[in-house]
Design a protein around this ligand. Sequence first.
Ligand code: APR
Length: 227
Amino acid sequence: MLTGAGMSAESGVPTFRDAQTGLWERYDPTALATPEAWAHDRDTVWAWYRWREHLVSRAQPNAGHLAVSRAQDRRDVTVVTQNVDDLHERAGSRRVHHVHGSLFAHRCDTCGAPLDVGPPPDDPVDRLTPPGCDRCDGRARPGVVWFGEMLPHDPWEAAVDAVTSAAAVLVVGTSGLVHPAASLPGLAADTGLPVVEVNPGPSGLGPEVSVHVRSTAGEALPALLDG
Ligand code: APR
């Protein structure tokens, strides 16, 4: 399976590009999700990601996440997610590969050491100074992949392996616009695998999709996976 932000929409976690509610409809990604943004205004970026952590920590896995977890109990299902939330894991899923990192994998922006920064503040703030590194003079940064950054090697290798060796690929809740993750369904189709897309709206995916299920994750996945 390849999941995107739509997988967590029914948990109340905002997507990026949905009209009105999408994060990139409300915030400027170049000011918050690039290495340049971090260099320019670290405290604003750090505060924004801590606010997103707070949102996710208050959310609950939805019926779609739970159906995926049940499917993993019965079948060999690998989850490749673009999402940086932990809702697949909190639904009980194992074998989850985060190709865009994780909100909760904070690391030093200089030496890369993993850092424990504790829980996010309850109330959102505009600016917040990230804690220092305990090994060098760096500061904690979000563990997510920003635009222009390389994807983490092992999750990406696992993703390519999964979509080229599976019997079928289920793509759920992604606009299919951000590469290289958006190339995974095409890779599966080129390998001759059936690709099924679950999305209530249109997406950037096209001929690589054999079947479009025009429904939400919470509705479609129990029906598709529990059978
Ligand atoms: N169930 C399934 N799909 C849904 C639901 C739902 N309940 N609600 C919305 N969607 C669909 C939308 O129609 C849209 O096609 O989910 C998709 C969400 O698209 P995006 O907001 O672009 O999210 P995503 O595709 O995950 O973005 C990819 O962009 O900004 C980067 O790193 C970020 O990982 C993210 C990447």
